[in-house]
Design a protein. Structure first.
Length: 347
């Protein structure tokens, strides 16, 4: 990390031990904020919202303006990459809807063009970086290839992931072609965000936890390593955060083998495991239960104190173990901000 860094989040990743942990929240820009709803009403669709730099920049800035996080994360969606590859993507009341690709010839119907459809996201990054104060880090992001592939093959969210897992088992060579196509597009996408001003990038692998050990190695670790290697070659000082949600015991291999600088951990990961098995290898990000934030009060205070006491002696970014729940009162996020500003209590 370059010397003289003014951003607390980057200083913490560079080895400094701050008096309080740097923090931000996954899904910190979203439906729990009334100002977000007012902004969302100005766009005819969610895709239009994501691809309108003026609106997306404002959504990026809203939570930092209100709560004083140490990082903003660009407002976008992981399914903008499949859309840029030529897949039809819409969002309905029940979530994303995609024209599911088939095993036979599905990849051939996609095309890694110049990904020009993602240019508005880069403009959002540029605008956000200009608007943010110098001490606030800006995080770019993308979905990891495995998670993006699940949506592309299933046609949306899934409970059993039958189609995508069956393809991966039945035709691993054909499925590899899809994973590598997504990985290469992701490198271009994240590179564009970094050039536009992102200080850090995060890979969201929301469905990493549904795979067997061999599947996790092939469809999570290997493509993540492909992406991080390419990014490190082009941008050696830009940290990469990986979030393989639900990875369980595989977190340790992910930390050691994927090439990421920071591992985001979900709320089920024991703090002792994170401290003893992960922090010696990478920085750790997490892992407050979003329901504790929803409840607030004494329960939130207790959980925050436990996480800080367990992880404060190593490289650490405070975050949730998943995203902010839409029902979360904004006052509870304000309580969290106040708790994180206090000195850490001894373990």
């Amino acid at each position: 990390m370059p010397g003289g860094q003014s951003k607390p989040l980057l200083r913490a990743l560079g080895g400094e031990k701050p008096e309080r942990p740097p923090w931000w929240l996954m899904r910190q820009a979203g439906r729990y904020l009334p100002e977000y709803h007012a902004l969302r009403a100005q766009a005819p669709s969610f895709v239009d919202f994501c691809l309108n730099p003026l609106l997306a920049t404002e959504a990026t800035l809203q939570p930092v303006r209100r709560f004083g996080m140490d990082a903003a994360i660009v407002f976008a969606d992981i399914l903008l990459v499949p859309r840029a590859l030529g897949q039809r993507v819409t969002f309905g009341e029940d979530g994303p809807l995609l024209e599911a690709i088939e095993e036979s010839g599905g990849v051939a119907g996609l095309h890694q063009r110049d990904l020009s459809g993602l240019a508005p996201v880069y403009e959002t990054v540029r605008r956000s970086r200009t608007e943010l104060s110098p001490e606030i880090a800006l995080i770019g992001f993308a979905g990891s290839p495995w998670t993006v592939a699940t949506y592309m093959v299933e046609g949306g969210a899934s409970r059993d992931f039958l189609r995508v897992k069956a393809w991966a088992y039945r035709d691993p060579s054909g499925f590899t072609a899809l994973i590598e196509l997504i990985a290469d597009a992701t490198v271009l996408y994240l590179s564009g965000q970094i050039v536009a001003g992102a200080d850090v990038v995060q890979l969201f692998d929301s469905w990493a936890g549904i795979l067997s050990e061999s599947g996790f190695e092939r469809w999570v670790i290997a493509p993540t390593r492909r992406i991080t290697a390419a990014l490190k070659q082009a941008f050696p000082t830009v940290p990469v955060i990986g979030f393989p949600r639900g990875a369980g015991l595989f977190y340790e291999r992910y930390a050691a083998e994927s090439g990421v600088d920071v591992v985001g951990i979900d709320s089920a990961v024991p703090l002792s495991f994170a401290r003893e098995r992960l922090q010696g290898c990478v920085a750790v990000q997490g892992n407050l239960d979003p329901v504790a934030l929803l409840v607030g009060g004494a329960a939130l205070q207790q959980e925050v104190q436990q996480i800080r006491a367990a992880l404060a002696d190593g490289p650490f970014i405070f975050n949730l173990g998943h995203g902010v729940l839409p029902q979360t009162p904004p006052e509870h996020v304000a309580q969290l901000a106040k708790l994180l500003a206090e000195p850490v209590a001894p373990a």
